[in-house]
Ligand binder design. Sequence first.
Ligand SMILES: Cc1cc2nc3c(=O)[nH]c(=O)nc-3n(C[C@H](O)[C@H](O)[C@H](O)COP(=O)(O)OP(=O)(O)OC[C@H]3O[C@@H](n4cnc5c(N)ncnc54)[C@H](O)[C@@H]3O)c2cc1C
Length: 379
Amino acid sequence: MSRIVIVGASLAGYSVAESLRKLGSEADIVLIGDEPETPYDRPPLSKGFLLGTVEEADTRLGDIASLGVELSLGSTATALDVSARRVQTANGETFEADQIVIATGARAVLPATFDRDLVHTLRTLEDARVLRASLARARSVLVVGAGVLGCEVAATARQLGRQVLLVDRMDGPMRAVLAPRFSAAVRDLHVGHGVDFRGGTVVTDLRRERGALKAGLSDGQWWRGDLAVVAVGSRPCVDWLAGSDLHVDDGVVCDWSGRTAATGIYAVGDVARWAGRRSEHWTAATQQAAVVAARICGLAPERRTLSLPYVWSDQYDTKIQILGDALTDDGAAKVEIVAGEVGDANFCAHIIRNGGGPGLVAFKQIRSFAQMRSKLAVA
Ligand SMILES: Cc1cc2nc3c(=O)[nH]c(=O)nc-3n(C[C@H](O)[C@H](O)[C@H](O)COP(=O)(O)OP(=O)(O)OC[C@H]3O[C@@H](n4cnc5c(N)ncnc54)[C@H](O)[C@@H]3O)c2cc1C
């Protein structure tokens, strides 16, 4: 019987194990994770869990016991021997396998400007527990970084009644994924809910002074408050692969179906760079897991089972959905508003490009988005 070792016991790793069982695999599966937690889902951490409407038990991923896998939790992989297909862990264990799946995800980046003891980052359940407790005591919150995660934290803090200053070095929120007119709709959404948003602004200095936090901003202003959250991006967890000879370049380099150049070694989820692109979204992790499980089972997965990059975000009562490229605003793209109005923060927009990939953006238009998405899938 074959043995499969999956390193990283979160969404991507769990989903590979689940897909393997769905495909009828009876292999011995070992799931190694450095967190002490059974696999849990991260999206609620910046939304319902912070808000207090979702509890820890609700964040768990499926029924791990029913998968019949060996769980090695609180166990950090420290080295991979590619030719022996062997994983070593910090607690001295070694795991040999016929196939190895790398699913170690990413960790939050904290720039040197910030003292770790003064700020929060949000990646893990433990981060969320600590942030939730601090939010309960805070009145005024600074969120640094208005990407998807920073916007969600800002929205949740406002829903809890906190004063929120949201700053970003870019001119508008979510500018890494949205063209200016859609980013402006996100800004209006936040401003309409009472967030003080400042684009083109960075924090130059953050310190504790007389019991409060004090931040110097590049616009010359100062902020004083109780709590600061830094959400400026994440970095793939690849340190443990140093010396393994695997090709690592902003993630583990793979073909379109998760195969690395080393036989029997795959990568999935936030840590993986499939066909030149690393995707840090929930849907990509689960779709990639299904493809890798099929490969391991000797099946030939089809590339079309992978959708265009998709991310959703819940901010206040608004579900924001983005499919494909909604960022490039090259003037050659035609934008068709399929439903609603951008100015009302209630719309579905189809971005059509000559020779480029399509894009879809929706605010509060779940049904129109789903209809357009299935049209694009069959087109
Ligand atoms: C707060 C938050 C909210 C999000 N909300 C959304 C959303 O609304 N929509 C959306 O599309 N996406 C969202 N995402 C992104 C989505 O959750 C990720 O894309 C997804 O978690 C990726 O799964 P993964 O298993 O690849 O990586 P991860 O979830 O990062 O899991 C990797 C696991 O591997 C472990 N690990 C790392 N190194 C080692 C090692 N050396 N040895 C053993 N274990 C190791 C890590 O500790 C972790 O448990 C959110 C992410 C966060 C953090």
